[in-house]
Design a protein around this ligand. Structure first.
Ligand code: AP5
Length: 222
């Protein structure tokens, strides 16, 4: 019997590198990457009711109301691909009430990873971030410029990546982060995210490897 699939939560300030690391984790471990920011941006760009509600909060760097985000996440988590392949939750939970909702459904991760990056660095990362709407790849004007003219001509900037909006997002993050910590204190792993992408990934990778080894060892002794 195959071991139970991995369940991973990743948290951190705006532009701490969650999306970048999640792509690498999902590639290697086959987990379903669920980013509430990406899900909400998709709702906004398709002009749905959820998108209409969410847009104003996102533009102001505030949290979208808990119920809206929680319904979206819980329904995604119940899909068969998630049950089969495991999940990687990026940017959720972000408030005490969101963490409590997951607890009430008995949804707990194997590990809670927090990427730590100083404020001045995250501001610079946000302002320089560019996205490829075709591949979903994340770039940065200085740190990770695009590979070709063709790609660079189609890159877009997120509307909440201005200096003022990033400051407000950072404030929101700081106000809420402490309130979710107690729920996951036994699973908490804080990682220095202010290093090269590959170095950060190596550290996450070795933590995940350990969990996989422990789960298969437990299965064998049962
Ligand atoms: P969301 O999209 O989740 O935004 P965020 O938390 O602000 O995080 P980012 O997507 O900005 O950054 P990231 O950590 O993924 O960094 P990335 O890898 O891109 O949420 C947006 C909004 O949606 C929220 O403000 C809120 O309104 C709403 N929302 C979302 N979830 C919600 C929830 N649960 N409840 C309520 N509302 C919610 O990297 C950033 C840049 O840095 C890139 O340019 C990248 O190339 C570069 N970079 C990455 N790693 C490195 C490195 N190691 N070294 C140098 N550069 C790097």
């Amino acid at each position: 019997e195959a071991p139970a699939p991995l369940k991973v939560m990743i948290s951190g300030a705006p532009a701490s590198g969650k999306g970048t690391q999640c792509r690498m984790i999902a590639d290697k471990y086959g987990l379903v990457h669920i980013s509430t920011g990406d899900l909400l941006r998709a709702e906004v760009s398709s002009g749905t009711e959820i998108g209409k509600k969410a847009k104003e909060y996102m533009d102001n760097g505030k949290l979208v109301p808990d119920q809206v985000v929680t319904d979206m996440v819980v329904s995604r988590l119940s899909q068969p691909d998630v049950q089969e392949r495991g999940w990687l939750l990026d940017g959720y939970p972000r408030s005490f009430s969101q963490a409590q909702s997951l607890e009430s459904f008995n949804i707990r991760p194997d590990i809670f990873i927090v990427l730590q990056v100083p404020d001045d660095i995250v501001i610079d990362r946000c302002v320089g971030r560019r996205l490829d709407p075709v591949t979903g790849k994340i770039y940065h004007v200085k740190n990770f410029p695009s590979e070709s003219e063709e790609v660079s001509s189609r890159l877009i900037t997120r509307s909440d990546d201005t200096f003022e909006k990033v400051k407000s997002r950072l404030e929101t993050y700081k106000q809420n982060f402490e309130t979710i910590l107690p729920t996951y204190s036994d699973l908490l792993n804080q990682i220095n995210g202010n290093r090269q992408v590959e170095v950060v990934f190596q550290e996450i990778d070795s933590l995940l490897q350990k969990i996989c080894e422990n789960t298969s060892a437990n299965k064998l002794t049962k």
